[in-house]
Design a protein around this ligand. Sequence first.
Ligand code: COA
Length: 258
Amino acid sequence: MGAVPTVEDMTRAEPLGTSFAPSRRRTAGATAEPADRVRSGLAAAVHALRPLLPAGVSRPRFLRGPRIEVPVDAHPIRTDRLVLRRHRLEDAEAWYRIQSTPEVVEHLPWPVRDREASREHLRHRVRHSRLWQSGDFLALAVEHDGRLVGDVSLHLRDVQPAERSVEIGWVLDPAVGGRGLASEASAAMIDLAFREVGAKTVTAVIEPENTRSIALAERLGFLRATAPRRSSSITFAITPSLLAARRAERTAGSTGRS
Ligand SMILES: CC(C)(COP(=O)(O)OP(=O)(O)OC[C@H]1O[C@@H](n2cnc3c(N)ncnc32)[C@H](O)[C@@H]1OP(=O)(O)O)[C@@H](O)C(=O)NCCC(=O)NCCS
């Protein structure tokens, strides 16, 4: 454990995303190019009109600002025991069952959804299959033995290459909990974030009472970041070098070296 860098070490060697340094966050208009100003003006207008728009109408892509070089589209990922793949509406019943489990939603900002609302929620997740611009969200179904058992997601927070960051989310059906499946699915998503999205940091924002989620983050090698993004939650972070150190430590542990 001694060889694993602290968040402060990581910050020096490998700057964390702007998420952890509010003072470095670009303030609207301060250094904005004319095109950015036009875009943010239009975005503000769309935001103001939003309550008048039909449900499901979202901000047009051209208003969403800079992009990563190449969009990352959802594609199936196989791990030892799982398949991560795009969500499907056919899983609506399984998704409803997971979502209506009290211990699943206890620490999530999700309302208790009825069948219809849960189906609508899944419909959105089916569409969230591309990371390209800031704010994009990609959700993958976690399939085990041919059935839906959870969800892992990435939210593109900062697209600037040097500070690119994504926030990970994880949900697992408690019926298959405690076997390392969430760890396995999340590790695959972190690899996707580093290898395909080019993220420099993956973050996880967790309520202090969500002990299973905190244990999962720590098992994966995340460290508590120094400045939380949301005051009532703890922000955890992992970088490629921290992940490599954690994996090397695991390998050394499993081969009996100190
Ligand atoms: C957070 C959540 C995904 C964690 O699920 P989990 O079942 O605890 O996590 P895993 O599937 O990785 O299982 C870990 C357990 O399996 C054990 N395990 C067995 N084999 C394992 C393996 N190969 N790898 C890792 N862990 C393994 C671990 O020791 C651990 O055991 P423990 O629970 O006795 O400590 C789950 O509690 C959940 O969905 N919560 C609700 C949604 C939520 O709050 N999401 C987070 C919002 S921030």
